[in-house]
Design a protein around this ligand. Structure first.
Ligand SMILES: [Zn+2]
Length: 187
């Protein structure tokens, strides 16, 4: 993997600059954590999210969920993967979130210009050819983010494991404007 994707026009953070100069990224993160912990005060919360909401979103680096949704520490569960796709493992997390930790609402967030839009299920075949084994998981590639949000909402609403499926809403986040656009189910 190339590390030169950073555009020189963008101002670098001190972390990016340190890594660019040949440092190891994880060492830098651990160093920054020591600074974080110095000012950290135990908020005294339990594990139940204050807002009783679970957010399922793409892992995309341009999506700062807490900033974009005005969330504070302790407010929500955050479940992220490539695409923000509702997989079996996301259902597992949502089930634990609702049944053991008291959440009631689900927010699904895909975004514009997602890396998954450049992939197809050929990715699995290519992997199989390369390593001699086909992954058990689907790539879940999509070309229409709106439609994939609708499918994700449907997967959550029809899961037999969840206690609360009446407040499930889906959005596409625009990575150029920072705005969420709500996607409505086809009824
Ligand atoms: Zn994405």
């Amino acid at each position: 993997m190339s590390t030169s994707a950073h555009s020189p026009a963008e101002p670098m953070t001190s972390t990016a600059a340190a890594v660019h100069e040949g440092g190891q990224v994880t060492d830098r993160l651990v160093e920054l954590n020591a600074g974080y912990a110095e000012n950290f005060r135990d908020p005294g919360m339990d594990a139940r999210p204050v807002l009783q909401v679970a957010v399922v979103a793409c892992m995309d680096a341009r999506l700062d969920l807490h900033a974009a949704l005005g969330l504070e520490l302790g407010d929500c569960h955050t479940i992220r993967n490539a695409g923000g796709v509702v997989t079996e493992d996301v259902i597992r997390s949502l089930t634990i979130s609702q049944r053991a930790l008291g959440t009631r609402s689900v927010v699904l967030i895909h975004h514009t210009n997602c890396g998954l839009e450049s992939l197809t299920e050929d990715f699995r075949q290519d992997l199989e050819r390369e390593v001699g084994q086909r992954p058990a998981w689907a790539v879940e590639a999509y070309t229409d983010a709106d439609q994939d949000v609708r499918q994700s909402m449907q997967r959550v609403r029809t899961s037999p494991f969840l206690l609360h499926t009446d407040d499930v809403r889906g959005f596409v986040f625009d990575v150029t404007t920072g705005l969420l656009r709500e996607i409505h189910s086809v009824s």
